[in-house]
Design a protein around this ligand. Structure first.
Ligand SMILES: Cc1cc2nc3c(=O)[nH]c(=O)nc-3n(C[C@H](O)[C@H](O)[C@H](O)COP(=O)(O)O)c2cc1C
Length: 325
């Protein structure tokens, strides 16, 4: 341990993290679709200890989502095909946002839609009803479980760029584009978001997957395929974050299989400024708080004064970098 780290080890580490002009009290957010709209988890989780909450994807009209079965457990993860079930943006601004305004933490509203105009209209309605702790928007262009939207944007660099530029005109709050791992490389998508004025990208959404009932020989999900999440996807997510980090300077929100503080540290080192905890919330609804506390302990034990020292600190040998790794 260095002399300077000995000096700081008794002082509480600084977990404050920043994207654009927004400061989060720590870099641990909860991921869209895994924490409802906050109320669902409030009895089990001290929400104010989270850096922020990303709300369930909201669309213009309410959606009931896909037929059951919509969830299958998989080794080290889960497969879901919820299909963007949500209350619709009018109920969101009338009931859900005012409830979330009570908490001393940042709120990011996640939006899903099937056309450019719908994304814009949902964002603008939320903007007109914004509450003080609304930090910004996460734009879901990466849901693999619906036919009409999501991935049809998120697998086209041109449409991702066009949508980002359009939405940029409607808000000065954080504009975060949530990318899919279901493409060969996320690099051109990261660059497109940066060009079009996004404040950050978040990745990954779920990885397309499938499960089969071997007795009746039917798919186990009503939609045949769904999205895999949880620890099984963490190595994929880390590689995608690294791919985006090498290709652009845009801030990254790392997501995918984060269960422990050590998982979060990996994402920070690879280049994420903040991270999101998703599937782990279904095991422990306070998983995000556990990760934030664990992160503080890790920093203290390692004599690291500011969590930001970890961000983008991956050591890759020069010859490997030169060879494109
Ligand atoms: C049941 C379930 C529902 C989800 N719903 C949404 C959603 O509505 N919008 C969205 O952008 N991502 C949604 N996701 C994706 C997560 O936010 C996250 O990107 C993904 O699960 C990877 O993180 P994890 O491995 O920590 O869960 C959902 C994931 C799960 C498991």
């Amino acid at each position: 341990m260095s002399q300077s780290s000995k000096n700081i080890s008794t002082v509480a580490p600084d977990l404050r993290s920043r994207i654009g002009n927004v400061e989060f009290k720590n870099p641990v957010l909860v991921a869209s679709g895994t924490f409802g709209y906050g109320a669902e988890a409030k009895d089990y989780c001290d929400i104010e200890q989270l850096g922020g909450i990303v709300t369930k994807s909201v669309s213009w009209k309410p959606r009931v989502g896909n037929h059951p079965h919509r969830i299958v457990e998989t080794p080290s993860g889960m497969l879901n095909s919820i299909g963007l079930a949500n209350v619709g943006v009018h109920t969101f601004v009338k009931e859900k946002l005012p409830y979330l305004a009570k908490f001393d933490t940042k709120i990011i509203a996640n939006i899903a839609a099937s056309s450019m105009e719908e994304y814009r209209d949902v964002l603008e309605l939320i903007e007109q009803n914004a509450v003080e702790n609304l930090a910004g928007y996460e734009i879901n262009v990466s849901c693999p479980n619906v036919k009409d939207g999501g991935l049809s944007f998120g697998t086209s660099v041109e449409r991702t760029e066009e949508l980002t530029a359009l939405l940029r005109q409607s808000t000065d709050r954080l504009l975060i584009i949530k990318l899919t791992p279901n493409v060969t490389s996320v690099a051109p998508f990261a660059q497109a978001c940066e060009r079009a004025g996004a404040d950050a990208i978040s990745l990954i959404n779920t990885v397309v997957g499938m499960a089969v009932d071997i007795y009746n020989r039917e798919p186990r999900l009503s939609t045949v395929t769904g999205g895999v999440s949880g620890p099984a996807v963490k190595p994929i997510a880390l590689a995608k974050v690294y791919d985006a980090r090498k290709a652009s300077a845009i801030p990254i929100i790392g997501i995918g299989g984060i269960i422990t503080a050590e998982d979060a540290v990996e994402f920070l080192i690879v280049g994420s400024s903040v991270i999101q905890v998703g599937t782990a919330n279904f095991v422990h609804p306070d998983a995000g708080v556990r990760v934030a506390k664990g992160l503080e302990e890790f920093l203290r034990a390692q004599g690291i004064a500011h969590v930001t020292e970890l961000v983008n600190s991956l050591k890759v040998r020069a010859e490997l970098k030169a060879a494109g790794w």
